[in-house]
Design a protein around this ligand. Structure first.
Ligand code: HEM
Ligand SMILES: [Cu+2]
Length: 560
């Protein structure tokens, strides 16, 4: 009789399961990845809601959804995508990357960090409980008095507010964590002027979150005081009071959804162009300018309410001004690519698509700064096209670039290249197909937030095109999902530094060990890993890496 293997010692049965580990972890990397995982679930939900809306809009006079039901899908979609997809994605990258880039072991307050994460998850659950009591139908910006009980009686609105209040507290606490981490936990030699661009931008973002989100929390509490206690702040008070509060939060919100995205792009483009970022100081300081200006433009969302021309002129002007620091960034990214030796890997492809699409969305944004144009186009599909170009073509594409860039760090393996390229092209074609034509629909006068429309010349065809493209995009995102899951076990091994990077995260194992670093190199410049790899040619000795004509120097190419 063969001998039996000794029974496993009992204690090992109590080893925490993977799920328990995720639920209780205070490690910034686990928290970061959980944010992203949660966001992926909500992306599927928000994406399905979008497709249902697009099906309803596919042909004129469609009867698939009733008007009220369409409004509910619209509200759930907008709220989900902004607060429970983009926000957690960007917070996920910030959590994961910020400590690694500055040479820290973790965020400043790891337990508070876990608390913030679960507050946000709780918020998401509250939102998706709301359909049980009648899903909210007042739109993601929930204008009061429309969102008051007499006009939107269902309890789902209260759950909707609760979702954003709870999630909002979590995000505000994260901002505190980010600010303290960036201020206090930088390794020796990591001066502010040497911060990697992602670390810098997500740190500045902490300020925007800290000052913007409380405006939302306050106004939501006011709404609930009205709805639950009948105070009448918005019904008996100023009818545009809500809008002031909401947009004082809402416009900075759009910037807080783009700053970390810019940070990712500012990491990826230099690495894949083999040039340090062009005009580091300009990119850095333009971010600060944007953080301030983002609070000074908010009333451009309110040109149609009749603020009077002096106010409109002022806000129109600031809105045009903010295009300058934004344009500086686009210029600097292009200048970084210019005469570099560009490698069109998957992250770089997504980054390139980002530049084109984000610029497009930015330019259509500037057209709204011209008040009479805004009067003409407000609440049309031109607006829907504009903000999807910024949020999807911009933020989300940057996140996808970041995901392809950092996946090897997260998992130790590359994403599959072939599947990745198929996904990329389907996403680009699908996304532009959905939203490019909506500019035309808007110019032709199609209002937004309508559940159906009459059969006017061209409207049906353009809408059908948009809907079909939506499904192409859906397939593209699905391929990405398959790739993310499959490559975890099947992907090519990546090692520590698969892209030949320059910032500290590439010094760690993939995935990084607990505590991140066993040893940190001395830090003399913005590119510590370059210095490590080229001790004879360090950045602080020779920071200029282009020749007089702007070409990347020959020996630099050799250094790839
Ligand atoms: C990052 C991704 C996305 C974000 C952040 C986003 C955000 C939003 C927001 C904030 C609204 C406005 C909701 C409101 O007015 O209350 C909206 C509306 C809408 N979105 Fe998205 N969205 C995203 C992706 C998509 C995709 C992929 C599609 C289509 C396939 C889509 C289709 C729509 C439609 C049809 C509407 C309704 C327009 C209307 O009736 O006015 N969205 N989205
Ligand atoms: Cu705005």
């Amino acid at each position: 009789m063969s001998q039996r293997a000794p029974a496993f010692p009992k204690t090992s049965a109590r080893r925490p399961s993977a799920v328990w580990k995720v639920l209780t972890s205070t490690d910034h990397k686990s928290i970061g990845l959980t944010y992203m995982g949660v966001a992926a679930v909500f992306l599927v939900l928000g994406g399905l809601e979008a497709l249902v809306m697009r099906l309803q809009l596919a042909v004129p006079g469609n009867r698939l959804l009733a008007g009220e039901t369409y409004d509910r899908f619209l509200t759930m979609h907008g709220t989900t995508m902004i607060f429970f997809v983009l926000l957690p994605l960007l917070l996920g990258f910030t959590n994961y990357l910020l400590p690694l880039q500055i040479g820290a072991r973790d965020m400043a307050f790891p337990r508070m960090n876990a608390f913030s994460l679960w507050l946000l998850v709780g918020g998401g659950l509250l939102l998706y409980l709301s359909p049980l009591t009648g899903a909210p139908s007042q739109g993601w910006f929930s204008y009061a008095p429309l969102s008051e009980t007499p006009f939107t009686p269902q309890r789902g609105v209260d759950l909707w507010s609760a979702a954003l209040i709870v999630g909002g507290y979590g995000t505000t606490l994260t901002a505190v964590n980010v600010l303290v981490t960036g201020a206090r936990l930088r390794m020796r030699g990591m001066l502010y002027k040497r911060l990697p661009m992602f670390a810098w931008m997500s740190w500045i973002n902490g300020f925007i979150i800290l000052f913007a989100l409380p405006c939302l929390t306050a106004v939501l509490l006011m709404l609930e005081v009205d709805r639950l206690l009948g105070a009448g702040l918005f019904t008996r008070g100023d009818p545009v009071l809500w809008q002031h509060y909401f947009w004082l939060f809402g416009h900075p919100e759009i910037y807080l959804l783009i700053l970390p995205a810019w940070g990712l792009i500012s990491e990826i483009i230099p690495v894949f162009s083999r040039k340090p970022i062009f005009g580091y100081e300009f990119v850095a300081w333009s971010t600060v300018a944007i953080a301030f200006l983002s609070f000074a433009v908010y009333a451009h969302h309110m040109f149609a309410v009749g603020l009077g021309w002096p106010v409109e002129l002022a806000f129109g002007t600031t809105s045009m001004l903010i295009a300058i620091p934004t344009g500086i960034k686009v210029f600097n990214w292009l200048a970084t690519m210019w005469k570099g030796s560009v490698r069109y890997t998957l992250p770089m492809l997504y980054a390139a698509a980002f530049i084109v699409q984000f610029t497009f969305g930015g330019v259509s944004g500037v057209t709204f700064a011209v008040v009479p144009i805004d009067w003409q186009l407000t609440d049309t599909y031109y607006v829907v096209a504009h903000f999807h170009y910024v949020l999807f073509g911009g933020s989300l594409f940057a996140v996808l670039a970041g995901l392809h860039y950092l996946y090897p760090k997260f998992t130790g393996r590359f994403l599959d290249e072939r599947l990745g390229r198929w996904g990329f092209w389907l996403n680009v074609i699908g996304f532009n197909g959905v939203f490019l034509v909506q500019h035309l629909l808007g110019l032709m006068g199609m209002p937004r937030r309508v559940y159906t429309y009459p059969d006017l010349p061209g409207w049906g065809a353009l809408n059908l095109f948009s809907t079909v493209s939506g499904f192409v995009l859906g397939v593209g995102l699905l391929l990405l999902l398959v790739n993310l899951i499959r490559s975890r076990t099947h992907g090519r091994l990546a090692g520590r530094d698969p892209w030949n990077g320059w910032t500290l995260e590439w010094l760690t194992d993939s995935p990084p060990q607990e505590g991140n670093f066993s040893q940190l190199p001395p830090l003399h410049s913005r590119r510590p890993l370059w210095d490590l790899k080229h001790p004879d040619d360090m950045d602080h000795v020779r920071p200029r890496r282009h020749d007089k004509n702007g070409h990347i120097r020959e020996e630099e190419r050799g250094h790839q």
